[in-house]
Design a protein around this ligand. Structure first.
Ligand SMILES: NC(=O)c1ccc[n+]([C@@H]2O[C@H](COP(=O)([O-])OP(=O)(O)OC[C@H]3O[C@@H](n4cnc5c(N)ncnc54)[C@H](OP(=O)(O)O)[C@@H]3O)[C@@H](O)[C@H]2O)c1
Length: 282
């Protein structure tokens, strides 16, 4: 990108020329107007593209850490916010993340993390009692969505969850919280809000110092079930056939949703996540 810089005197000449053409200075006294216009100094300045800064809410969790890694690989500046702050992850990429500590449920403890941010991805969610699940999946994310909208941040991606039939009833607080956060996102970010609804997400999950290879079950199931979309629509048992999805696919689509200006806003189901993750992004 380049632009021409004109000297102050040539600019003032442009203004007086324009003004005279508008008939405001029709004086014969000034001879400025008659001078042929010439640019005295012009130089080309290279303006670097604006840097994108991504804030990952819950960047030290299973999905969040994969999103941080993916965003760093794409050259973005990455920050994370969570209650425990700096991750205990020892891998070298973790040194490139700015780690903030804060609780989305307590106002005043985390909003500074939004400063200079161009896009937010929220991986905040969890399980517990119904009221806890509503708070962590719903209220915490609603707080984040509102604060990001107030800061005029253009893109917000929320990692939600696919409907699971009977589980929706057993985990009432979880699903009610997810849907309440989705509604808030669609309202506050009609053009830049992206909701991912994966079923089971597999990959290597860290539990303390142990690494659980969830792909051992997830990967073959994904292979089988991704061709059985019609089964997932069968009432009651259908949701059991929703294919699991790899955590790296979720991370890829989340980062694309947060940074690609033409990525469509709205809800993306498991099949959409699989499809977008296989496309080459710009
Ligand atoms: N894993 C799956 O199979 C799966 C499937 C479908 C949907 N999802 C959804 O995907 C999202 C990520 O899942 P995950 O498996 O990566 O969960 P996770 O590992 O438990 O990560 C949750 C993250 O949220 C942070 N967090 C929790 N409460 C917070 C609060 N009040 N303020 C700030 N940060 C908070 C946690 O960090 P601290 O504890 O340090 O705060 C953690 O980094 C969740 O919304 C989940 O519902 C997951």
């Amino acid at each position: 990108m380049s632009r021409l810089i004109h000297s102050r005197s040539s600019l003032s000449r442009i203004y007086s020329l324009a003004a005279s053409r508008n008939g405001r200075f029709l004086s014969t006294v000034s001879n400025n107007v008659d001078e042929p216009f010439k640019v005295e100094e012009a130089e080309t300045v290279n303006v670097p593209p604006p840097t994108e800064k991504l804030l990952v809410l819950g960047g030290n969790g299973f999905v969040g850490s994969n999103i941080c890694k993916e965003a760093l690989d794409r050259g973005l500046s990455v920050a994370s916010l969570s209650r425990s702050g700096r991750s205990s992850i020892q891998e070298s990429w973790a040194n490139s993340v700015i780690w903030h500590q804060g609780n989305l449920l307590s106002a005043g403890s985390w909003e500074e993390a939004l400063s200079g941010v161009t896009a937010v991805i929220s991986c905040v969610g969890g399980f517990g009692s119904n009221s806890y699940m509503y708070k962590i999946n719903g209220t915490a994310n609603i707080n984040a969505i509102r604060a990001a909208a107030e800061q005029d941040i253009k893109k917000f991606v929320y990692i939600s969850a696919a409907d699971f039939g009977l589980a929706n009833y057993l985990l009432k607080g979880y699903y009610e919280g997810k849907r309440a956060a989705e509604t808030e996102l669609l309202t506050r970010f009609p053009y830049g809000g992206v909701i991912l609804r994966p079923g089971f997400i597999y990959g290597t999950r860290r539990v303390g110092s142990m690494k659980l290879p969830l792909g051992v079950i997830g990967s073959p199931l994904e292979m089988i079930l991704k061709h059985a979309k019609s089964l997932s629509q069968v009432p009651l048992v259908g949701p059991l056939f929703i294919p699991p999805v790899n955590v790296t696919s979720v991370a890829k689509v989340a980062v694309r949703g947060a940074t690609d200006p033409v990525f469509p806003p709205g809800i993306i189901d498991v099949y959409g996540i699989q499809r977008y993750s296989q496309q080459k992004s710009a």
